[in-house]
Design a protein around this ligand. Structure first.
Ligand code: FAD
Length: 467
C-alpha cells in the first residue's frame, strides 16, 4: 500500500530522545507523527541498553552480596543459575515499559508509523515497511535516530562468539572465558554480569585506566576490586587481531601489558558507539552530517535547516539516555515557540558496576588542565557507619569547589549506590550551592548521602578527625 500522512511534527526514532520529544510536542498541542523501525518503542535504552543491563546487574548484585556475606556469618549455597528464567525476567522488565510507552502514545493521539524512515526532501520522509511505503509530509521534524555499536572491520564480526553489547545482553550462554575489549562503562557493566554468572573475565583497555574520563582516584576502588575478581586487566594494551578457530577466538595483543595470544570462548567488543547520521538520507533534507555521522545542533537543538531539530546520541557525546530525554523536551518546546535552550550545567555519568562509579561537573583532571583554582576533599567511606554496616568500606566521595567562592564545581563518588547519590551533587551544582550549603544541610544518619555533607565539611575545615 502507499499512503501519505500530513503532520505538524515528525519525530524520527522512538528511543528516550524521540518518545520524550513526541510526548512533549503532543502535550503542547501539536499534531505528532512518530516513526520507529522496530515494533516496540524505547530505543536502545529500553530494549538493548540501560534497562536490560540494569536488570542483569541486579542479578549480579544479589549473587555478589550473598557471596560476600559468608565472611560475616551468613552462607548460602552456590547459586543455581537458570539462564532461561533470568532472560525471561529481563525481558519482562523491558516489556512492561514498552507497554507503558505504547499506552502513552495512544493517550496523546500520536500517530505511530512502523518502518525505516529516510528523508526525501526538507519537508518529507519516506517510510518503508513490510506493508509497503508511506510518505510523511511534515512542517517540522525532530531527528532522534540514535547510534549503533562500533564494529572493528578486521575482526571476524560474523562469528557468533564475537559479541557486541546487544549480543551480550541476549544471555544465550555463559562463556567459560570471556574477553571484554574496552574498559568503558558498557564493557565493565557486562563484565560485572558475566563474572557473577561464572565466566572468567579478562578486560583489555587502550588507556592507562578503566572508565577514561573519570578521575583516577575515583576509579581506583573499582579497579582494585575487579583486579581481585577477574583473571586479567590489561591497560595501555590493544587487541591486534582476532582469529576464529575451533577451540575459540584466538586473540593477539599489543601494547604495554600485552600478554601472549590467548583463546577465549567469547569476545565482547565494547569500544564505543557510532551515531546513525549517515543512515537516514539527511542530505535530501539539506541537513548537515559531519564526518563521524553526528548532526551538529545549536542550543535549541536546531540543525543547519532551521525547522529540523536533532537530539540524543545522534547529536554528540555523552551518549546517555538522560541527555537524550532532556534534549527531546527542549527541542519540542522550541518547536512550539517557547523560549528555551539547552543550558544544563552538567550531565552526570554513572557506571553501574560493583562498586558503582559516578561523577558530575568538573573532574579534578579537567580543573588541573584548565588551570582552575580549586579546593578538594575526599571523604573515605571507611569512616561511614552506613557503608561499614553494609560490609563495604572501599567507597569515596570527592567534592571539588571553587577555591575563592566555595561553590561546588564537581563531584565524584565510588561505592554502592553512587549512581543514586550523585543526583544530590548535580542539584547542588545546578542551584549554585557552596560546600557550606551541603555541610549545613541535615542529612539522615546513618546514610551514604552523609558522605557528601562530610566531604563538604572537610572543605569547610569543620571536620578534623575522621575516626
Ligand atoms: P536510541 O535509543 O538509539 O533510539 C533511536 C531509535 O531510532 C531506535 O529505536 C531506532 O530503531 C530508531 N531508528 C533509527 N534509525 C531509524 C530510521 N531510519 N527509521 C526509523 N527508526 C529509526 N545510557 C544511560 O543514560 N544510562 C545507562 O545506564 C545506559 N546503559 C546503556 C547500556 C548499553 C548496553 C548501551 C548500548 C547503551 C546504554 N546507554 C545508557 C546509552 C543509551 O541507551 C543511549 O544514550 C540512548 O538510548 C540514546 O537515546 P536516543 O533516543 O538518542 O537513541
Amino acid at each position: 500500500s502507499n499512503s501519505t500522512i500530513q503532520t505538524e511534527v515528525l519525530v524520527l526514532g522512538g528511543g528516550p530522545g524521540g518518545y520524550t520529544a513526541a510526548f512533549r510536542a503532543a502535550d503542547l498541542g501539536l499534531k505528532v507523527t512518530l516513526v520507529e523501525r522496530y515494533p516496540v518503542l524505547g530505543g536502545v535504552c529500553l530494549n538493548v541498553g540501560c534497562i536490560p543491563s540494569k536488570a542483569l546487574l541486579h542479578v549480579a548484585l544479589v549473587i555478589h552480596e550473598a557471596e560476600d556475606f559468608s565472611a560475616h556469618g551468613v552462607s548460602f549455597a552456590k547459586p543455581a543459575i537458570d539462564l532461561d528464567k533470568i532472560r525471561a525476567w529481563k525481558q519482562s522488565v523491558s516489556q512492561g515499559l514498552n507497554q507503558g510507552l505504547a499506552r502513552l502514545v495512544k493517550q496523546r493521539n500520536i500517530t505511530l508509523v512502523n518502518g525505516v524512515g529516510k528523508f526525501v526532501s526538507a519537508n518529507s520522509l519516506q517510510v518503508t515497511s513490510a506493508d509497503g511505503e508511506q510518505t510523511i509530509n511534515f512542517d517540522k521534524a525532530i531527528i532522534a535516530a540514535g547510534s549503533h555499536p562500533t564494529k572493528i572491520p578486521v575482526f571476524p564480526n560474523d562469528d557468533p562468539r564475537l559479541w557486541d553489547s546487544t549480543d551480550a545482553l541476549e544471555l544465550q550462554t555463559i562463556p567459560e572465558k570471556l574477553l571484554i575489549v574496552g574498559g568503558g562503562i558498557i564493557g565493565l557493566e557486562m563484565a560485572t554480569v558475566y563474572h557473577a554468572l561464572g565466566s572468567k573475565i579478562s578486560v583489555v583497555e587502550l588507556q592507562d585506566q578503566i572508565i577514561p574520563g573519570c578521575d583516577k582516584d575515583i576509579v581506583t576502588p573499582l579497579q582494585r576490586r575487579i583486579k581481585k575478581q577477574y583473571d586479567n586487566l590489561w591497560l595501555e594494551t590493544k587487541v591486534q587481531a582476532i582469529e576464529a578457530t575451533d577451540a575459540g577466538l584466538k586473540v593477539s595483543f599489543e601494547g604495554k601489558s600485552a600478554p601472549e595470544s590467548e583463546v577465549f570462548d567469547a569476545v565482547l567488543v565494547a569500544v564505543g558507539r557510532r551515531p546513525n547520521g549517515k543512515l537516514i538520507n539527511a542530505e535530501a533534507a539539506g541537513v548537515f552530517v559531519d564526518e563521524a555521522g553526528f548532526i551538529p545542533v545549536d542550543k535549541q537543538l536546531r540543525t543547519n535547516i532551521s525547522h529540523i531539530h536533532a537530539i540524543g546520541d545522534i547529536v554528540g557525546n555523552p551518549m546517555l539516555a538522560h541527555k537524550a530525554a532532556h534534549e527531546g523536551k527542549i527541542a519540542a518546546e522550541a518547536i512550539s515557540g517557547l523560549k528555551v535552550g539547552f543550558d544544563a550545567l552538567t550531565i552526570p555519568g554513572v557506571a553501574y558496576t560493583d562498586p558503582e562509579v559516578a561523577w558530575m561537573g568538573l573532574t579534578e583532571t579537567q580543573a588541573k588542565q584548565q588551570g582552575i583554582a580549586y579546593e578538594k576533599a575526599t571523604f573515605p567511606w571507611a569512616a561511614s557507619g552506613r557503608s561499614l554496616s553494609m560490609g563495604r568500606s572501599e567507597g569515596l566521595t570527592k567534592l571539588i569547589t571553587d577555591k575563592e567562592t566555595g561553590r561546588i564545581l564537581g563531584a565524584g563518588i565510588v561505592g554502592p549506590s553512587a549512581g543514586e547519590l550523585i543526583a544530590e551533587a548535580v542539584l547542588a551544582l545546578e542551584m549554585g550551592a557552596d560546600a557550606e550549603d551541603l555541610s549545613l544541610t541535615i542529612h539522615p544518619h546513618p546514610s551514604l548521602s552523609e558522605t557528601l555533607a562530610f566531604a563538604a565539611e572537610m572543605i569547610e575545615g569543620t571536620i578534623t578527625d575522621l575516626y
